[in-house]
Write a protein that binds this ligand. Sequence first.
Ligand code: HEM
Ligand code: FES
Length: 760
Amino acid sequence: MALSPTGCPVSPEAAEFDPFDAPYQLDPAEALRWFREQEPVFYSPKLDYWVVSRYEDVKAVFRDNVTFSPSIALEKLTPAPPEATKILEGYGFAMRRTMVNEDEPDHMERRRLLMDAFLPENLEKHEAWVRELVRDYMDRFIDKGRADLVGEMFREIPMTVALRFLGVPNEDAKELRKFSVAHTLNTWGRPSPEQQLQIAEDVGQFWKTAQTILDRMCADPSGEGWMYDSIRMHNRHPDIVPESYLRSMMMAILVAAHETTAFATTNAFRTLLSNRESWNDICENPALIPSAIEECLRVAGSVVAWRRIATEDTLVGGKKIPKGGKLLIVQASANRDPRHFENPDEFDIYRHNSAEHFTFGYGAHQCMGKNIARMEMRIILDEFVRRLPHIDLVEDQSFEYLPNTSFRGPTSLWVEWEPKQNPERRHHAVLENPTLFHIGAPIKEDIVRRVVVAEVKREAEAVIRVGLVDPHGRELPDWTPGSHIELVSAEWRRYYSLCGTRDDRNRLSIAILREPQGRGGSVHFHDTVKPGDILHIAGPKNHFHLDETATRYTLIAGGIGITPIIAMADRLKALGKPYVLHYCGAGRRTMAFLERVERDHSAALTLHAGDEGDRLDLPSALSSLAEGEQVYACGPERLLEALGSLAEKWPEGTLHVEHFTARSNILDPESEHAFEVVLADSDLTLQVGNHQTLLEALTAAGVDVPSDCCEGLCGTCEVAVTDGSIDHRDLVLSRTERDANDRMMACCSRAAGKRLTLAL
Ligand code: HEM
Ligand code: FES
């Protein structure tokens, strides 16, 4: 049996793994499915790399760019034969470190100096001409009825956008276009010795052309564009932006910007046109385009695997990696990890956390051009859903891919349509009022799904159950116990736990308590909702996961808190796990789902009806927790607070709670103070004003921090804190976690003093 460099036996599956075999080339996420579950980090003898497949492990590697150096990111995977090296030498080829493969501290100093042009506020000015460009390309084929979108548009636009962003004069652009493909095969492919020679010629030509253009730009560096910015920075700080960087970047940036975006756009169109209902939804509501693009980048990204090298003996996902061990971190696999994405194999443009994909990488080296790529892709899609909503994929076409480990997208994409049906032939207004997208990650408010109320049923005094279905009769997304959806109206968003049965994929059920003292939504809802109404929802999402590995469970529901708990009880019963269920309420008449709970969970149930004098005595109910037992509770604040106090003596991770509402999410600038945040990984310093949250300040600076509830309830916006004292305002962290002072919720918590340092 083969052994890994750390002396461990290599499993038969790992021994067989070869990314150049058909399964990985066809679908890398699928090819790694077995590994994701069974052997998430493994040594591949055929590649001599350690392959990392799970979300959290991929993230950990991306995050620590000192232990896991990016220096091999652009190294040739298949070494060049001496003849090819000679050819390259003949062209003066001298590719050195750029940015993506530069170590610290040089990388961050350089990135900061050259970041300005990529900031959201500086990208806005490019939108209008990008749209013009897209229209111009579409005009060329809109009346033809058939087109290869890759050849006629998707390869062209990202190159033109990149060249203009860089400031490269138009007359030079043509030459550069010819050669950029060679770089992919040269870096990530496994070319034969003969192919190596041809590739070396092409790469050499590419290099030479890029140098000639650069020389001209250097001779008069007064032009506009990022390459000119870089030349000027080189003149001012030659130590931080050296000439070797300029020379290498002139070529590398085109690869970074061109094929990545061209492939991503192609993959997105193929995915959307193969999921016609999603395409139709976008045609109806183009505000969904940003979230649809992120979901496409998640399931069909154009960069599927990236590389790092260990600078010391270390661990990834508990597996020993020796110093010098090379890692293939497979983003496509992480993007399908069920530990992070609910129903990861489902394509769902309404998914709330698609933008947490790793297709743009993560951490200090995260793609600087992500918002340019997003802008291009969104504008292209917006123009298509307006001007050619009726296109179809040409049936039975075959898709070819360049064989390589990392860049993925077909070399052609044929579509057809009936030109007579082009909407603009009937009304020219199609071209007016295009959708204006904000720059950056999708806006949460835009990711809403339309559903129809199918049923409204009284469940108890002041509680109704509402059944929701898709307007077109389609299945709704699967969900796990503890999940909730949000009802969204123009004025408010409210969380409701899902309480139906998961077997019925056509229906989502929620229970709503009429709360006259509440914020108004529930009363209005009770009074007006009726079958046939159209509602907007976000989710399902789950911040109250049931850990199915515990030995025993105590479930505690207070009042309407029964909704997530009932789904958990159903699941535990189905799994055959031991559990007890305490259900407390003011009286039987107010307790929803009583009949169902008594019918399905009678053996586990203890009922505490207040008006019968039966109150839950928490200390005695929880006095003898078994080893490995977990407690799940949802109910009023005082119940959860009492549980929180008891849990201080329990092992970490025993208590899981779901709060109904945040304490207060209203920021009063009068009583807040401004503070400074230092982002250690990005080497940035930001000011958080007394009128804004930390999350708002981060987003404004182009730093994507995922967020969801924005009320301190869900834990999505957690950031790690390395220095400074925190004023915690969330309901997520336990007292012990707060005292540790090493993480905070960016949406609501603030600095207790003047400054915080974050590991971002
Ligand atoms: C880095 C993907 C478009 C410029 C990266 C990385 C990935 C990536 C995976 C490495 C991240 C890491 O090591 O953590 C993509 C994808 C794109 C895209 C999927 C399109 C869909 C662009 C565009 C530009 C660009 C349009 C420029 C106009 C860069 C630069 C870096 C980079 C400069 C290096 C950042 C650093 O190391 O600090 N990109 N990219 N990318 N990308 Fe992109
Ligand atoms: Fe939910 Fe911050 S976004 S806790």
